[in-house]
Design a protein around this ligand. Sequence first.
Ligand code: SF4
Length: 309
Amino acid sequence: MAFLFNSFLEWQEYCQSNDLSLYQSVLEYEIEQRGRNEEDIWEKLAINYHVMTEAVDTGITEPMSSKSGMINDGGKKVFNNPLTVLSPEFQKLISRSLAAKEVNSCMGRVVAAPTAGASGILPGTMSTLQEIHNIEERKILEGLLLAAGVALIIEKRASLAGAVGGCQAETGSAAAMASAAIVYCLGGSTEQIFNAVAITIQCMLGLVCDPVAGLVEVPCVVRNASAAAIANSSAQIALSDVSGVIPVDECIDAMGEIGESMESRYKETAEGGLAATKTGRAIAKKVLIHDIEILPDNSVSRLSDDTTG
Ligand code: SF4
């Protein structure tokens, strides 16, 4: 796969010398290197954004429970809680991020941005941002395109996969994408956008991938909410010109280095961390027994179908 740029620095220099904004260079890349036409790109972006907002609505309004029993209407409960910790907006951000991710855990339709495990972060963040600031959809779509550019560079220099770099690579990258999109939509400069990415990555570094029973439910769902909160705090910091000090490319490299040194039990194998706790193992056993109980029936029916057919 061809990548957009090797570094954020290259990306910035290219945009400066060609008088392009960051999102326009991603658009150019999609058109020239991937053979797509502009109209089609905007159309697909709009479709994807609507899938994101639908996932938020579905998670808030419809029953959300997973077969393992670990997901039980978390987004809805947070959304409807009369007790507000910070502000109604913050409550919406958290509940929407949980809700969209719960839709994924319950096998509903989501946009993997950049992965299914992190599919609640951009929906929760962008829908809340749009509502609070009354942002036009076109601007949100530009932010999503810019976020895609962020992901392409992270993929090139580190990884976007929990199985390769731990959860920092999945929810960390999604939070970095969201943070960049927030700063862009609120009129931030390229420096502020890249600083937001750097600060977000700094806050997510070292996070391991340890899904209980190997299911993308616990801790994945709550990590989507915390990553959305970090995306927003980083954007607020960056928009105030508080420097992350370590340049964004070096932060991504640190993520890659940490991911490489992580033991395999922390990379989606469900052998370490929360998955290896007493309760985590008990849930895994229960899920396995449940699966075994289902399997023989299915295979018998499939075999008999074959013989009668
Ligand atoms: S814990 Fe692993 S599976 Fe879950 S969201 Fe993080 S990277 Fe994905």
